[in-house]
Design a protein around this ligand. Structure first.
Ligand code: C2E
Ligand code: MG
Ligand code: MG
Ligand code: MG
Length: 281
């Protein structure tokens, strides 16, 4: 069957490829405009302490509110931004916004509330990234300990020695660091031990079909590994009561996920924190 379709198949693939390239070009052209014209917005997904049930922070997640196409997921445009270099201005905008949100939380007198932002390796590799970040924090009057930077395991392990150097500078600045999507990359354990990070985030794929035995074993192993390295562990993508119970039973420190809340507008997040919303027992 495949053989007789050979020629058509080929056409099929090339037109699909064309479409991908076409979409890519469209995105590239309009993403620059989106940044300038403020079509990007941040959603804030609450993070909860599993022992107290309190909201202890939030992860800033970027969304593109396209005037014609509606909301575009970061999974579609972040890769384009990374390839074109637009990730640098985009990332600066994200940090600036997150600092503004932190300032607003300060006004609510929430003491140890932390906001995390996602970073691309390309941002980390910028010259003087740490110095520029320090300047941004100072301009907003933000205690660096209130900002957390998330970098994925695969991006860190891509050039681990280089990453180590920048992470050390960032650590010296006092910001919090976490390894995102942990378990999906290929960590060298010796590197992992040397990275000056505070948190590891268990990738949501390991929780997806809890109680699936294989994944339970991995989740448990990651929590133990993190704790042995004196790191805190957060699980992302928690959607069910069963997953939550499992994480509590295995001493995971924090969680985020639809079971508690999706990403919220800054205002809704503030309201949630003001009324001291908690994760049910
Ligand atoms: P991530 O950092 O691993 O973020 C977690 C993703 O899981 C988010 O998707 C979030 O909305 C989603 N999520 C949260 N809870 C649940 C849940 O219970 N179930 C399920 N199925 N999903 C959940 P989102 O917002 O689409 O972001 C996707 C990725 O895009 C992020 O993955 C991150 O890698 C990247 N990203 C988002 N914002 C930024 C940014 O400002 N800069 C950079 N460089 N990357 C970003
Ligand atoms: Mg993240
Ligand atoms: Mg993640
Ligand atoms: Mg992810």
């Amino acid at each position: 069957h495949a053989k007789t379709m050979g020629k058509n198949n080929c056409q099929f693939y090339s037109s699909e490829l064309n479409q991908i390239v076409h979409e890519h070009l469209l995105l590239e052209a309009s993403l620059g405009r989106a940044i300038r014209e403020h079509e990007l917005v941040l959603g804030y997904q609450p993070k909860v302490d599993l022992r107290t049930g309190k909201v202890v922070g939030a992860e800033a997640l970027v969304r593109w509110q396209h005037p014609v196409d509606g909301t575009i997921s970061p999974e579609r445009f972040i890769p384009v931004a990374e390839e074109t270099g637009l990730i640098v201005p985009l990332g600066e905008w994200v940090i600036d916004e997150a600092c503004g949100a932190l300032k607003a939380m300060d006004a609510l007198a929430v003491d140890d509330f932390v906001i995390s932002v996602n970073l691309s390796a390309r941002q980390l590799r910028q010259r003087q990234f740490a110095d520029r970040l320090a300047a941004t924090l100072a301009r907003h009057g933000i205690n660096p300990g209130k900002l957390e930077l998330e970098v994925t395991e695969s991006q860190l392990m891509d050039r681990p020695e280089e990453a180590m150097e920048v992470l050390a500078q960032l650590k010296a600045l006092g910001v919090r660091l976490s390894i995102d999507d942990f378990g999906t990359g290929y960590s060298s354990l010796s590197h992992l031990q040397k990275f000056p990070v505070d948190f590891i985030k268990i990738d949501r794929s390991f929780l997806r079909d809890v109680p699936h035995d294989g994944h339970l074993v991995i989740t448990r192993a990651i929590i133990a590994l993190g704790h042995n390295l004196k790191l805190k562990v957060i699980a992302e993508g928690v959607e069910t009561r069963e997953q939550l119970t499992f994480l509590r039973d295995h001493d995971c420190d924090q969680m985020q996920g639809y079971y508690f809340s999706p990403a919220l507008s800054q205002q809704t997040l503030q309201e949630m924190v003001s009324r001291d919303a908690r994760l049910p027992d």
